[in-house]
Design a protein around this ligand. Sequence first.
Ligand SMILES: Cc1ncc(COP(=O)(O)O)c(C=O)c1O
Length: 373
Amino acid sequence: MPSTTNHWSLPYPLADQRRHEVALAQAMQRVCVSGSYILGAEVEAFETEFAAFLGCKQVMGAASGTDAIELMLRAVNIGAGSKVAVPSFAPSAVAAGVARSGAEPVFVDIEPDTFTLCPEALDDLLSSFRGRGVKAAVVVHLFGHPADWASLQRVANEHGIELLEDCAQAHGALWHGRPVGTLGRAAAFSFYPTKNLAALGDAGAVVTNDAELAERVRVIRQYGWKQRYVSEQAGVNSRLDELQAAVLRVKLVALQESILQRRRLAAEYDARLVGSRVVTAPKVRGGCEHAYHQYVVRSERRDALMQHLQRAGIPVAALYPVPLHRQRAFGNGEDLLLESDRAAAAVLSLPMHPYLSEEAVGAVYEAMERFEP
Ligand SMILES: Cc1ncc(COP(=O)(O)O)c(C=O)c1O
C-alpha cells in the first residue's frame, strides 16, 4: 500500500504555529513583559482589527465560542423560560451555549445539501406547539457554509423571533458578498486551535453593530460590572486573555490568504470527485462563498470508507456522528429530524487546511478510489 504519512505529519494547529513561529514568539514576549494580562491593549487591538476584517462595529473577546453563545443570548435578554431553536446536526457546544444562558435548546432539521438550518423546518417548528416560547434561533454556518439567510430572516420576521449567528466554523465565509457574522443582530465566533482563525488555547468573541447590545456583553463577560468592583447583575468571568489576543492578531493578518488556499484545495477535491462512485462532494449555494473549515463528503458506506482511509493513514473524521436531538444531555430522540439523522450517518470530513498540498488531496482521492464499496 502506498505510504501517505508525509502529508499528514503536521496537523493543522501545529502547521499554523510553525508558519507564524517567529511573529508568535515576539507577540507573546511583548505580552509577557507588558505586565498586563487580561483585557488590555492586545485585546482592544484585536477587537478593533477583527471588527475591520468583518466590517462590523463591535467585537467583544470572550473566553471561548461556547461562552460567546451564552453571552450573546444573555445580552439579547434570552435565558430561563425561553426556548432557542438550533440545528440538530451541529456540535454539542451549540446546545451547551444555549443551555448555559438558561434557555432550552429546541432542535430543527437541516438542509441535506448544505447541512445548515432548514427555513421550512424552522417555520414548521415555530408554527407548532413544540415551538411555543421560542424567542430566537442560533443559525450555524456549519463547516463554513453560509446558511440560507434571506429565507431564515423571512421566517424569523413572520414569527417575531431573533436570528443570531454561530460563526465558529465560518470565519471568512460570505453570503451575497456580506461576511457571515454581520447578517444577524449578533454573532458568536470561536478561535479554538482548529478553527480557521485559531488561538493557541481557548478563545471566542461576540460581534454586533448594536452598541447597546455590545455594552451588555461587556458587562456580563466581567462579573456584571459596569463600574469596577460593582456588579449590576450576576455576570460571568469570560474574558479573552492578552496572550491569546496577541496570537490572534498575528494570525488575523494571514486569514484571508488562508481561506483562499482552503478554497483552492476544495476546488481540487471538487474537480477530482466529479462523478465519484464512492462519495458525493459538497455543494455550495449560489451567492455563497464557503470558508471550508471542513470539506465534507457524503457516503452511503461512510463507516467502512472511514476505516479504509484511516487504515491508509489518512486523518478523516465523522463530524458529527450523533445529532443533538439524540444526545442524552439535550434531547430524547423523539423529534423526527430525518435529514439530521441521515447526515450524521453519511458525513465524512476529508483532510482540509491551508498547509495541505494538492498532492495530499490527490493521495486522498486515490485512496478513496481503492475503496471497494
Ligand atoms: C459551530 C460551533 N459552535 C460553537 C463552538 C464552541 O466553540 P468553543 O470550542 O470555542 O467553545 C464550536 C467549536 O467547537 C463550533 O464548531
